[in-house]
Structure formats: structure tokens, C-alpha cells
Design a protein around this ligand. Structure first.
Ligand code: FES
Length: 118
């Protein structure tokens, strides 16, 4: 957890779970004054996974102009910057220029059909 004032507080609703396709992903941006927090939520195989939207390679947002967070097969997270690939379940980089690094988990939980910051 960081002290970014733009990060949604624990308990704050992010979206309805049904708003994210399964499998699929959606990105969210929050602003508080000068601070900005960007994260994305992935649904896959009944699981919900969320990460800070910052690639460990160069810090770019992952979706870029494509708006896509996942590969065409929806089996890995893709960074549009330089094509790094990450496992959905734990954010570990499995290919590309940031091998050995991982996405930063954005803790969330599902509560009453809502994805909520944890
Ligand atoms: S910024 Fe993601 S692979 Fe380079």
C-alpha cells in the first residue's frame, strides 16, 4: 500500500463485477489534486485479479492506445509498450524486457456483486 491520495480507499467500490467481461479486463483511473492512480481488474476462470497499471519495465500504462490489457487469447496480460507478458494469476512477467519482475498487486475483493478496494 502506498500513500497515493488518489488510490481508492479500502471499501470503496470500483465497479460492478458484471461490468467486466469474463474473460476480460477493465482499467480505472482516479485523480486527487495532482495525484493520479491507475489500476486494472481482470476476470478469468472465475477469479478476479487487480494490478496497478504501471509496467515494471518502464512504468508505462499497460493498455496504451489499444485499450487492451490481455492478449488476444485472453491468457496473459500484455503490455502494449514493448510487449511484455504477465501471468494473470500473480502478475509475474513471463516474457519481454522485464523478466523476473512482477506487476504490483492492487488489492481488491468482490462484495455483493461489486469489485471493492481492499
Ligand atoms: S513499458 Fe511495458 S514492456 Fe516496456
Amino acid at each position: 500500500m502506498d500513500d497515493n491520495p488518489a488510490r481508492p480507499a479500502p471499501g470503496q467500490a470500483i465497479c460492478a463485477l458484471a461490468d467486466i467481461p469474463e474473460p476480460g479486463a477493465a482499467g480505472f483511473r482516479y485523480r486527487e489534486g495532482e495525484a493520479m492512480f491507475a489500476g486494472f481488474v481482470v476476470r478469468k476462470d472465475g477469479g478476479v485479479f487487480a494490478y496497478v497499471d504501471s509496467c515494471p519495465h518502464a512504468g508505462w500504462p499497460l493498455a496504451g492506445i489499444s485499450g487492451r490489457f490481455l492478449t488476444r487469447e485472453n491468457d496473459l496480460i500484455l503490455c502494449g509498450g514493448h510487449a511484455a507478458l504477465f501471468r494473470i494469476a500473480d502478475g509475474a512477467c513471463v516474457a519481454g524486457p522485464c523478466g523476473g519482475k512482477s506487476l504490483t498487486v492492487w488489492p481488491v475483493r468482490v462484495e455483493d456483486g461489486q469489485v471493492v478496494a481492499a
